[in-house]
Design a protein around this ligand. Sequence first.
Ligand code: SAH
Length: 502
Amino acid sequence: MFLTIGTTGTPERPATDLGFLLHKHPDRAQAFSTSHGTAHVFYPEASAERCTAALLLEVDPVALALVRRGKGKGRGGAPDAALAQYVNDRPYAASSLLSVALATVFTSALGGVCRSMPDRAGAPLPLRIEVPALPARGGAELVRKLFAPLGWERVEVGAVALDEQFPEWGDSRYVRLVLEGELRLADALRQLYVLLPVLDDAKHYWVAPDEVDKLLRAGEGWLADHPERPLITRRYLSHRWGLTRQADQALELVRLAESDDLDVDSVDNAVDESTDTEEKPVPLAEHRRTAILEALRGAGAHRVLDLGCGQGQLVQALLKDVRFTEIVGVDVSMRALTIASRRLKLDRMGERQAGRVTLQQGSLTYTDKRLKGYDAAVLSEVVEHLDLDRLPALEYAVFGSARPRTVLVTTPNVEYNVRWETLPAGHVRHGDHRFEWTRAEFREWAGKVAERHGYTVAHLPVGPDDPEVGPPTQLAVFTLTDTEIDKKTDKKTDKKKEAEAA
Ligand code: SAH
């Protein structure tokens, strides 16, 4: 198993600085023993202009197989299978074992730490990385999809013949990967650390729960937004559903925390943002809250969920009306919840008030028992923050599982965008909006959701209702039909009866 990392330099910034960044001296060949064999680091070239470090992992397939047998795996079975434990591609192909070696040998570089050259470690370098034999489950196309979004100028994926002397045998399942571009060394190493095992898709060691932490650490800055994130987490965690879900939730949090920072240039904020100057009138957000409060009062709701509560403005408004006896704000972003808690002064609130409100972290794309049994749920300006293909998950979690009697959903009306003077044509209102719907599109979605889950739906305008393009915000009020409410009550009585009978 083999990979090389190269860079170029100038007399002032010699390429051999790579040795400092990797914490391995270019003049020495060094060997390290890892759990699967011996890792060698050496430099095939080391001058001021060009410097290349090579990592070679010598795996002992016999020892590896013996270790496995020792753990009780691989005992017995067909003789062929037993032989395959000893004779396999492990010594040659860059797999999860190489990734482990990478982390063992280049720990500090992976962490972006370089005491002697901190500014060099923090800056992008011209890099060239080559992996001559990379097992690529999913083919060259997947390799490209995985590396292309990561800032490389060149991602070259070449086929490797099964046997060069017999071209008619065709290509092997390995590819030769060359990456070129200006990246921070730590970022490049972290990408390899995660993506080598993803491409191999067969971890050669036990996947422990702390793998989630390792993935999050190594994925910092690039994984949360990666278009292939679901595949990466699933394969990296060896298809273990529980761990994958854990990682996905954490990464969603990271993505949202990052997208929070985009707020500055969002149009909705220009109109809405009131974080610093609480007294300033805030037209659209105010309209929205008023419309929501009225609809909740009209529905006779007392116990209310604010799903995707953000920084807690609606929770604050709800607290002012004593008819709302229980208010639960839910958001996936810890940062938003921290701001909400500060806004509400939760820590200084009297006991009675504090007893009415809870803020909790959770993702709306997963069912959550804590959300069952409420009168109403509000999704104010939330659905458009989810990728369209995650909407069915939210739909099920809210309408199928939590199932409150009333659900209010607000979302921008994209037709109105032409009326925002500051919004360039064709732009959405907020950097993190995944989509914005026309009135017809929202109605279509809402109608189907209502039908699928036994609700009726009514639509209300929020803000000035423009005769041509409609209102800036659209509000849908979903109400559980009477038959569905009866079913719910029946189920409860049945359960009670069962309990009594038992
Ligand atoms: N409801 C507030 C905030 C809207 S911004 C208002 O009307 O002003 C959208 C909010 O949805 C953000 O706080 C974001 O963190 C949250 N959000 C987005 N996706 C989420 C998810 N999957 N689960 C929970 N909250 C989510």
